[in-house]
Design a protein around this ligand. Structure first.
Ligand SMILES: [Zn+2]
Ligand SMILES: [Zn+2]
Length: 295
């Protein structure tokens, strides 16, 4: 198959482009997302939440090429034999690009790794991980204007369906390319939401960003993994399914925001002093449960 834009051989089928034109396409897609949703400017202090996978490293690579200044914040959950990148690989990548990488971990926060916490068989991994990650990212990003995450089109389409299927109407409109700005929480932005998983993987390969296919061992039984497979099957029959789900969501969100959904009032956690919806924040409650079980 020939590239849509030149005589060279195409390396990807959607859109049909050679490697050079594909890179150009990805950079343009991300820049258009940043501009359209007013995510940040060249002056913004951006902290990239580094997950240890290809998505966040591809995000850093793309943002640097577009001329943005970024630093990295890595939250290590403590899952053995899982990371595509070891801490060493990560540090090497950041050093090569002359970028600062901060590291924090579940171990630092609660004294135990996610593996140890899961050994108690008392918790749901994704919920522990979600609570502690969110907490650490917010706590260590205070000096930045935004936290950028590597969420891609597949992640977003899955999240829309999960919230719909579970009736999570209060969580429903927390998606999209950026969170609402508040004084207590660093604003989160997702520059890659119009780039599919497959496109990101292709980009990472072209840019020689080491990729692995390891999946979080705790994710395999999750509802998200089930929906991911369903969506991939549907997309193979009807390309643009994922994009249509995301676009429907964004249109709905635009109209709902006009109705002004009431936000819960925030206070300060009496244990750690971070922003919280209740007297003691979710992370501190979880930490206490974990410590009680593991000591
Ligand atoms: Zn071409
Ligand atoms: Zn707290």
């Amino acid at each position: 198959m020939k590239c849509e834009k030149c005589e060279n051989k195409a390396i990807i089928g959607n859109p049909i482009l050679c490697s050079e034109h594909f890179e150009e396409y990805i950079l343009k897609t991300v820049q258009d997302t940043i501009t359209q949703f007013n995510l940040f400017t060249k002056e913004t202090k951006i902290c990239v939440a580094v997950s240890g996978g290809k998505d966040s490293l591809a995000l850093i690579d793309i943002l640097i090429r577009l001329g943005y200044s970024v630093e990295g914040l890595f939250v290590n959950e403590g899952i053995s034999n899982y990371r595509e990148y070891s801490n060493e690989d990560l540090e090497k990548f950041m050093r090569k690009n002359k970028l600062l990488l901060r590291t924090t971990s579940f171990q630092d926060l609660v004294g135990h790794s996610l593996d140890e916490i899961m050994n108690t068989e008392k918790f749901h991994a994704c919920s522990v991980c979600g609570t502690l990650r969110r907490y650490l990212l917010n706590k260590f990003s205070k000096e930045y204007d935004v936290i950028a995450t590597g969420h891609n089109l597949d992640d977003e389409a899955q999240t829309v369906l999960i919230n719909l299927a579970r009736g999570n109407t209060d969580l429903m409109f927390r998606g999209g390319p950026k969170s609402k700005p508040t004084n207590q929480f660093t604003q989160k932005v997702k520059p890659l939401i119009f780039v599919s998983e497959k496109q990101l993987l292709t980009y990472a390969i072209i840019r020689k960003i080491k990729t692995g296919f390891e999946e979080c061992p705790y994710a395999q039984t999750s509802y998200r993994a089930h929906l991911r497979d369903l969506l991939n099957e549907e997309e193979s029959k009807n390309p643009s399914t994922k994009l249509n789900i995301l676009k429907s969501y964004l249109n709905l969100e635009k109209n709902i925001i006009k109705c002004d959904v009431k936000e819960k009032e925030l206070c300060v956690c009496s244990v750690c002093g971070e922003a919280s919806q209740e007297g003691i924040c979710k992370a501190c409650k979880l930490k206490e449960e974990i410590i009680n079980l593991l000591h």
